[in-house]
Every structure is written in C-alpha cells, then in structure tokens.
Ligand binder design. Structure first.
Ligand code: ARG
Length: 456
C-alpha cells in the first residue's frame, strides 16, 4: 500500500477490484518508467539521490521493463491499484527501501498526466503511419484509374461524371487533414506536468526544466492545478479519432454500395470479405460494415470522457481514471481500422469499363452543355432553363441526350450548332474540365505526383 501511515486496515478486496485501473493502464508501463528515470536523474542532480542510489533505481527500473517484456514478471491486475503502484512495489522488492526515494516530490497525479502525454506522442505517430499507408494504397489505385469513369453524386442523385482517381483523391485529402489534426494534438500535449506534485508543486527545488527536456517536452506546464486536472489532450485525440472514423465510415459505405449487385462496380477479394452461412451466393463486405459500425463506439468514447470531465471541479479527482478505457478503446479501434481499410481497398477489383457505356449521353452531361450555351453568350440562368427543357424532351421520348438530333435540339433553342453534339459524347468528358481541383486527368495526375512526393 502506498499510503500506509494513516490507515489501519488494508483496502477491502472488493474496493480494490472496483478501483483498480491496472487492467487498463498496464499499457503505460514503459512510459511510466521513462518518466521515473527522468525524475530519478533530476533527484540526483538536486542532491536527493546519491550516485549509487540513482544507479540502483535506474537498474531496477530497467530490469522491470525487461522482465515485463520477456514475460517473467506477470503481475495480476487485481493485485495493484494501478501501474504506478505495481512498478513501485516491484522496485521495492528488487532494490529495497531506496525505492521509496523515487516518489520524492511526485504524486501519482502528475505522474499519470505525464505518462498519458508521453503515450499520446507515440500513439499519434503510430496513427499517422497508418494514415499515410492508407493514403498510399489510395494513390496506387488512383494511378491506375485516372480515366476510369464513374458517376459523381449530389443528394445521392447522379450529378456529373468523374473518375475513380478523382473520387479516391478526395479521401487522400481527408486523411491529410486527419494527420494535421494529430499534429495539433501532439502540439497541445507537448508540456510536461512532471513536478506539479499532487496539485500545488513542491517545497523541494525540483528542476522541472530538466525533466521536461529529458522527456522531450517543449517546456514544463505553468500551473500545477491545471497540470493534474487537464485531460484536454485526450479529448483532442478522441476528436481526431472521431473525425478519422467518420471518414473511414464514409469510404466503407461507398465500398458497400459499389460491391452491391445494383452497382456491380467493384469485387472484394475473398481474403477481405465473408460468406453467408445460409445463402451460398453471398459475398459480404463485412470489413467495411465493421469499420462503419465501430465508428459508433469511437463516438461513445468521446461522449464517455466528455461526460466524465463535465463539471469536474479542480483539480485531480479519481473520476479521471476513467479516461484511459475510453481513449485506449477509441485509439485501438481507429488504429486497427486503417490497415484493414488499406488492405481491403488495395485488393479490391474495379470494373474499369462499368460506366463508360452507361454514362454515354447521360443526363449528367447536362451542366457541360449549359456551359456551352454560356460561351455562346447566354446568361447562365437562361442556359440552365434551356437545357432543362432538353432533358424534359429526352425524358418524354425516352431518349438519352446523345440520341436527340440537332434538329430537335434547335427546335428547343435555335442557337444549337452541330459541334455542340460533340459535348454529348463521353469521350472527352474529363478533359473538358478546366478548373483547378476538377477531375481533369492532367490535373489529377499532377495531384497524384504531388501526393507521392509529400507522403512519407
Ligand atoms: N490510477 C490513477 C488514474 O489513472 C492514477 C492517479 C491516482 N491518484 C490518486 N491520488 N489516487 O487517474
């Protein structure tokens, strides 16, 4: 027990079970020890630990990590209140009473905040790696499909023809913003709480600059009260996971649609889809469905932690211990969804010719035709109305746009010329786009090249 003096009884086993966080925070063991090593070195510098004591503590902590990794130390969750007490008790077993000097000037309150901030840096770096890998998978597909036509939608209604590359590059953009969001999370978590003590600092001359530097934080936090009660960095990470999962769920939904019999646009690899136990013909996009479904639990984590933090008075309250379950679960879910998406999408077959005939003469060319009238000098609103009449005519006679004769077109608007019919051919539909950010294949290729250079 860490607080022996004042207490006459051991904590009730049921209370221990209820309050232990070791089943979750064991994941912080390495960063906890990293923080302890930095603290010990600083205690040596200010004369609280002798050189020999520092070495004992240093070696003892290293041994704990080594034994933890090789499995020869397997502490049981219910035996400890948390990772900090587990490490301290083990260190005492290993080196005796010198271990008791390590906690000088430190509370588990500044210790947990420090651990969490050290963890978040590694977590963000690992997420960014997975995000980049997904961007690369999307780019590899895009390179093959700069000219592969598909309908683009607004309101789930066919809007204008686009390419598969253009569509997937939209997700590359989203992922880039997701990475930037994590950069911001890391930046906000970049101050060291170590040395804030329980909530009001210490009467000992702790060198907070030194521990901040050795743990590679940019500087120590400036208010001890805030330092031990702040969990904004976890809310920021959860927000980043929420937005990242929203993006993955949108892509999942599209893959689910594209693989349906109605679209029959993509075929998922057998390795990344499942069958039905009853219907022999089925091939189900389960991975995409699960990513879409798991998005809900990441939202749940956000709600859970924000509810815990709401109205919590300063400074540390034990409620804060609940933060880790929510954060680790959301992080694991998002972290693991990214490579699943990369593999699933990278191994899926796209039927490149699926839409070329279907889009020939399709109403989705109507905006391009209206633009043509604008070039002839018609105000856009008139052009919009005239092409609307052309579409109405086509619908009435069950024709596609390219099945209407020039004569028929001229009966609606005498200004139509034979060259305008060219526009109704799908052949150059993408090349006709001129604006930056459009699906023009030249521009899309330039985007792909740009991404290839910038994504590491
Ligand atoms: N397990 C605790 C947490 O995660 C560590 C800090 C405990 N502090 C305390 N005074 N009981 O929040």
């Amino acid at each position: 027990m860490l607080w022996g003096g004042r207490f006459k009884k051991e904590l009730d086993p049921a209370a221990m079970r209820f309050s232990s966080s070791f089943g979750t925070d064991y994941r912080l063991l390495e960063v906890d020890i990293e923080g302890s090593q930095a603290h010990a070195e600083m205690l040596h510098k200010i004369g609280i630990l002798s050189g020999a004591e520092l070495k004992q503590i240093h070696d003892g902590l290293n041994l704990i990590v080594a034994k933890w990794h090789d499995g020869s130390w397997q502490p049981k969750p219910d035996d400890f209140e948390d990772v900090h007490s587990a490490v301290e008790q083990r260190l005492t077993e290993l080196i005796g009473s010198v271990a008791g000097k390590l906690h000088t000037g430190r509370s588990r309150n500044d210790q947990i905040a420090t651990d969490e901030k050290l963890w978040i840096k590694k977590a963000c770096a690992s997420l960014k790696k997975n995000q980049s890998a997904l961007q690369k998978s999307l780019l590899a597909i895009s390179e093959q499909h700069v000219y592969t036509l598909m309908p683009g939608y607004t309101h789930m209604q066919r809007a204008q023809p686009i390419s598969v590359a253009f569509h997937l590059l939209a997700y590359v953009e989203m992922l880039e913003r997701d990475k930037m969001r994590l950069d911001h999370v890391m930046q906000l978590a970049d101050e060291s709480p170590l040395g804030s003590g329980a909530m009001a600092g210490s009467t000992l001359p702790l060198d907070r600059d030194m521990t901040s530097r050795s743990l590679r934080f940019s500087k120590p936090t400036s208010n001890a009260l805030d330092s031990v009660s702040d969990r904004d960095f976890f809310m920021d990470l959860l927000h980043a996971c929420v937005v990242g999962m929203i993006h993955l769920s949108r892509l999942s939904e599209e893959i689910i649609l594209w693989s349906s019999a109605e679209w029959h646009f993509v075929k998922l690899s057998d390795a990344w889809s499942t069958g039905s136990s009853m219907m022999p013909q089925k091939k189900n996009p389960d991975m995409a469905e699960l990513i879409r479904g798991k998005t809900g639990r990441v939202f749940g984590a956000y709600i859970a932690l924000s509810s815990t933090l709401k109205g919590l008075p300063l400074s540390y309250n034990r409620d804060l211990q609940e933060d880790k379950d929510a954060v680790f679960d959301a992080y694991d879910t998002y972290h693991d969804s990214l490579p699943i998406m990369s593999e699933m999408i990278g191994s899926m077959e796209i039927d490149a010719g699926r839409f070329s005939d279907e889009l020939e003469g399709d109403f989705s060319l109507a905006t391009d035709l209206a633009d043509k009238l604008v070039i002839k000098g018609e105000p856009f609103r008139n052009a919009h109305r005239i092409i609307g009449e052309v579409v109405q005519f086509a619908e009435k006679f069950s024709k596609k746009l390219n099945e209407i004769s020039l004569k028929e077109l001229q009966s609606i608007y005498p200004g139509f010329e034979s060259g305008d019919l060219e526009l109704l051919s799908i052949r150059n539909v993408l090349e006709r786009k001129q604006t930056y950010g459009s699906p023009n294949p030249e521009l899309v290729r330039a985007q792909i090249e740009r991404w290839k250079l910038s994504i590491l």
